[in-house]
Design a protein around this ligand. Sequence first.
Ligand code: BEZ
Ligand code: FE
Length: 312
Amino acid sequence: MRELTPETITDAVLDQMSTTPDARMREIMAAAVRHLHAFAREVNLTPGEWIKGIEFMTLVGKTCTPARQEFILLSDTLGLSALVNGLHDETALEEGTHTSLLGPFYREASPRLAAGSQIARHVKPGTECVLYGRVTDIHDKPLTDATVSVWQTSADGLYDIQENASAVDYRGVFATDENGLYVLRTVKPRGYSIPMDGPVGAMVKAQARHGMRPAHIHFLVGSPGYRELVTALYLRDDPHLADDVVFGSSDDLAVDIVPADPDCPIPGLPSVRFDLKLSRESEADKTGGRVGSDPSAILKEAKIAAAAPAAS
Ligand code: BEZ
Ligand code: FE
């Protein structure tokens, strides 16, 4: 038998895994092993340090519930979600509006609202603003009846479900008109901290990072024949625009609140204009294109998996 050393172990593992029948799985696992071994060699990882790493990941798993996905939060704070989404963006047929993270607060069950509706149930004086824009293809052709789903925090920086698990607030689904226009009333969102009470928060604190996301409004935009767009607008004056803890913000998604925009469809209120350009759909879009979670969807999937007979 050949002697295994730190120099030969990587090839031995790759050799044994080379029987994997699924070619893509073989490729992914081989690369993962090569990079993991290289990482351990680079930092001269000690057994005690690796046990700490295993304990950390165990805690990340134990912190996951139907309403909380700590592993996605870990992926977000390591920039891996933004990287994987960015790689997927490069497969688009055309360069539309840049994407941003879906985040954990999206809900499939959002109210469909008429154009111009206010999405907040309670509006504190001085916080109301209009949000509008056009949904087009990359050649500026308006997309009629596109679905524009938005969700955001209150002016206090909390999502509805953080205040009350069954509340539905600060979110809504709108349809574009014949000019591709969507318009709604909302309140100015506020930057907020990601959940810091779990192992990912402990990691972020140990790294002396602030844990903040800049103020933003999420968008999920769909139109038949076009790649679904998951993005967000970011308020340009937020102090954390350039150092978002989950690497979702970028300059091209930054907007200003304009006190009196003559083009705003609802006059008399400050407004934000955010136009959205969709790329045509391609084969790559059929495999699902975003890292994120709707806990209610996870719960649904978990129930389906539990009900299905185990694979042999
Ligand atoms: C959010 O924008 O809602 C979010 C994204 C990633 C992690 C936590 C929150
Ligand atoms: Fe968010």
